[in-house]
Ligand binder design. Structure first.
Ligand SMILES: Cc1ncc(COP(=O)(O)O)c(C/N=C2\CONC2=O)c1O
Length: 411
């Protein structure tokens, strides 16, 4: 019996939500005046990675308790129970912890990436990533006027693996000093195996390349799978920075609170000198509550997401049999090759918005190596997911065979 209701459809209107109000500027930059046949509340939103589920009541209760204390002055994480809550979570979930002094916090992993690129790299140096990639890895590198170096993941029928020879050839460049590595991987959903992480780590460390392991998706796995923190495999190294957060796991990205684990003392002291140290007290309370009381909600969330992925897999097999999709090991994101239906370099995001009323991100939004793909956020009530998939199938089938225009996929 599920304690939490993930089928509840919650109105996010008038909440200043990027998901509902920010899509034009983010996805149609320079085309904001595009008119669509869909009113704002008619969209099926499958683009930005936050969830359409209520944040756990235990977290909301902790925020309410802090609100009732009615003064919200300058705050930092002084309560030792914050580290206890986080390290208990990492111990239980990943069989890994770290010394308390390694822990700093950031108002997000994106800002942490921007800062760490500046602190680790000199202006003429380079940063290595694998592609396809979350686009803000590129933004963080280029904001710091650093050169981005990309190593394409190998794609064998939709299964992505690392091209170690290519990665090593690029890591050998003495100007490459940092690798930002997404573990687990957005957008492909790969949950890297220990031996894959070891090979990447050995290549980077023997070539004096720092690693930032962005592990924001590490609690969003298919049931039965477990995450390996990159730093767990290299306890002797202090060149691996780990970024984790409750934001993806518990749908609280707007509270802007992330954990950054910096074992290297010099880098950590630079961070502490340069980083603005005050925090939102509501975010501190929410994050500590997530790790102290979020376990059951988290387990039920994973079960519900398993169901959404199984539903999507069956739907695509039946109504879009030429789409290439594998249920990913991690994330709540479906990475689907639809090039059989729409070959070439079309503006897939624009087409689906205009003709299906579905907001989604296409492969061109993931730096490189994503052509022909769309990415769907499946972290929504199943009824919404079904409507989105039906609209996608109707559009793709009619795109290829106009005589089918207007026929929705069977319910
Ligand atoms: C790999 C990765 N790192 C960092 C972030 C953002 O961290 P924050 O600054 O919020 O702490 C995201 C969010 N991914 C998103 C957000 O919308 N679409 C995505 O793919 C992400 O996928």
């Amino acid at each position: 019996m599920m304690k939490y209701n993930f089928d509840e459809i919650i109105d996010r209107k008038n909440t200043n939500s990027m998901n509902t109000d920010g899509f034009r500027e983010f996805m149609f930059k320079g085309r904001e005046n595009l008119s669509f046949a869909y009113k704002d509340d008619e969209w099926i939103r499958m683009w930005i990675a936050d969830m359409d589920f209520a944040t756990p009541p235990e977290i909301i209760e902790a925020i309410r308790t802090r609100l009732d204390q009615r003064i919200f002055g300058y705050s930092q994480v002084f309560d030792p129970n914050y580290y206890v809550a986080l390290s208990n979570w990492t111990e239980r979930m990943y069989d890994w912890t770290f010394p308390k002094e390694y822990l700093v916090t950031s108002p997000g992993i994106i800002p942490a990436l921007y800062e760490l690129c500046e602190y680790i790299c000199k202006p003429d140096e380079k940063v290595l990533i694998v592609t396809p990639s979350y686009a803000f890895f590129k933004s963080a590198v280029e904001f710091n006027h650093l050169e981005l170096v990309c190593s394409k993941l190998k794609n064998e029928n939709g299964h992505y693996t690392i091209n170690y020879d290519d990665l090593e050839a690029k890591a050998k460049d003495p100007k490459v000093v940092l690798c930002i590595f997404c573990n687990p991987h957005n957008p492909t959903g790969r949950l890297w195996k220990e031996e894959e992480l070891r090979r990447v780590g050995e290549i980077c460390l023997r070539n004096h390349v720092w690693i930032i392991s962005d592990e924001i998706h590490c609690d969003l796995l298919r049931s039965g799978l477990s995450h390996t923190p990159f730093a767990k495999l290299f306890p002797q190294s202090d060149r691996i920075v780990t970024c984790m957060a409750p934001s993806k796991t518990f749908n609280m990205a707007g509270l802007m609170f992330s954990n950054v684990i910096i074992p290297n003392q010099e880098l950590r002291e630079l961070w502490l000198r340069r980083h603005y140290s005050f925090k939102n007290p509501l975010s501190i309370a929410a994050t500590q509550a997530a790790y102290e009381h979020g376990q059951q909600w988290h387990q039920e969330l994973l079960q519900y997401l398993d169901g959404n992925f199984k539903f999507t897999d069956a739907f695509l097999s039946q109504y879009l049999p030429e789409a290439q999709f594998k249920i990913p090991e991690a994330t709540y994101l479906a990475w689907i090759n639809i090039s059989s239906y729409i070959p070439g370099e079309e503006d897939l995001t624009g087409l689906f918005a205009a003709h299906a009323g579905v907001l989604l991100e296409d492969g061109s939004m993931f730096v490189d190596n994503g052509q022909g793909y769309i990415r769907l956020n499946l972290a929504c009530p199943r009824a919404v997911l079904k409507e989105g998939l039906q609209r996608i199938a109707a559009f793709l089938n009619s795109y290829r065979d106009p005589s089918l225009a207007g026929t929705a996929a069977a319910t």
